[in-house]
Design a protein around this ligand. Structure first.
Ligand code: NDP
Length: 339
């Protein structure tokens, strides 16, 4: 059995779907209440691969909300992730994906030092961040969609916003090794980390966001922003392909401008329907088939019998592991979202 630990995108989102999650009493409650709420298993389902193999899964709602990352609530955010992991382990789940901010909180606050959660000693081998598959899916989206839009990577500038992150650095490695991308621009706040990425890659320009965006033929957004930012479409090149892989989305509003295509990044579509309700709650366009690539990684690990923390730690994702999980993804009937 595999598990998915997820969370909603904001307090407003949480209040609007409390009924669908099965706890209507939360609908009118503020952040304090969500901080106190325990994790819950809110969905049980089956996934069938195109190979014919069927596995079972559970979705655990951690009740974490991005608003909790403001200082006052950080302890709650940490507790949410650890409690959700303990619930997954107690429920005998073999491999569980830490979706969205769960893995970011785990890394940012060094939760590997917090193994003991009440009477449960967490076994980190039973969890994965899912970031290897997410990075693979985003890179496939870049290459396939650029081709569809007539953007030649060999003549193009790709801006990666969140380049020093776990997913961002993997995307940079792939673009560097597997494509002939002309120019790679890395955006993040911490200059030291940007410089060590540049050293590792042996290339990559470092620029602030406002200078980088007007140069981009392709923008990959994978920054850990609790809220999206607004950008002025008039400052973008045309055509421009934007792949927004953030959860919550890095872009605050959908850009409606000619020749600017914004695609949901890190989302896959399965070839067969899944009997879950959770992807409707998180607003997937085709909820019976679409999901976050990190969740799909837990499914792939369970299907392949690789019940191990395939994606773990920060900035360790190699191109060969992306190829490995990519091959499993295609084998079992997953495709990156391409429209
Ligand atoms: P990390 O924490 O590893 O990296 C985040 C990156 O964003 C860092 O480079 C960080 O650098 C940068 N960043 C943060 N804030 C800003 C800012 N204001 N401006 C510019 N850069 C910023 O995160 P992950 O790689 O694990 O995740 C990235 C995103 O992908 C998140 O939104 C996450 O929720 C989402 N995600 C999506 C998945 C999917 O399946 N679609 C799966 C997993 C994650 P610095 O701090 O120096 O600025």
């Amino acid at each position: 059995m595999f598990g998915l630990i997820g969370h909603l995108t904001s307090l407003e989102h949480a209040q609007s779907v409390a009924d669908d999650l099965g706890y209507p009493e939360y609908a009118n409650q503020g952040l304090d209440f969500w901080c106190a709420a325990p994790p819950q298993i809110v969905d049980d389902f089956h996934v069938t691969s195109i190979t014919g193999q069927t596995i079972t899964g559970k979705y655990i709602e951690s009740c974490f909300l991005p608003e909790m990352l403001s200082n006052r609530w950080v302890k709650s955010a940490i507790r949410k992730v650890l409690n959700a992991m303990a619930l997954a382990q107690k429920s005998d789940i073999n491999i569980t994906a830490l979706g969205g901010f769960s893995s970011i909180i785990f890394e940012e606050f060094n939760l590997k030092d917090n193994r003991q959660v009440r009477n449960i000693e967490l076994d980190f081998g039973r969890f994965t961040t899912g970031n290897t598959h997410t990075a693979y899916v985003i890179c496939t989206q870049v290459q396939t969609l650029a081709d569809k839009m007539g953007i030649d990577l060999a003549q193009s500038t790709v801006v990666v916003c969140g380049a020093t992150g776990d997913i961002g650095s993997a995307v940079c490695r792939w673009l560097n090794e597997k494509t002939d991308t002309k120019e790679l621009i890395c955006v993040a706040r911490n200059q030291e980390r940007l410089q060590s990425l540049q050293e590792e890659l042996g290339r990559g320009k470092i620029l602030p966001l406002e200078e980088a965006l007007p140069l981009a033929d392709i923008i990959v957004w994978v920054a850990s922003m609790p809220k999206g930012v607004e950008i002025d479409p008039d400052k973008l090149k045309r055509p421009c392909l934007i792949i927004d892989g953030g959860y919550p989305k890095n872009l605050g509003t959908v850009l409606n401008a000619p020749d600017v295509s914004v695609i949901k990044g890190g989302i896959v579509e399965h070839s067969l329907d899944i009997d879950w309700k959770i992807m409707k709650i998180v607003n997937m366009d085709i909820p019976s088939r679409q999901m976050f690539a990190c969740f799909a990684e837990a499914i792939l690990l369970e299907l392949e019998g690789w019940q191990t923390n395939f994606s773990w730690g920060r900035n360790q994702i190699s191109v060969s592991k992306m190829e490995q999980i990519g091959a499993a993804s295609r084998k079992h009937g997953f495709q990156p979202l391409l429209f």
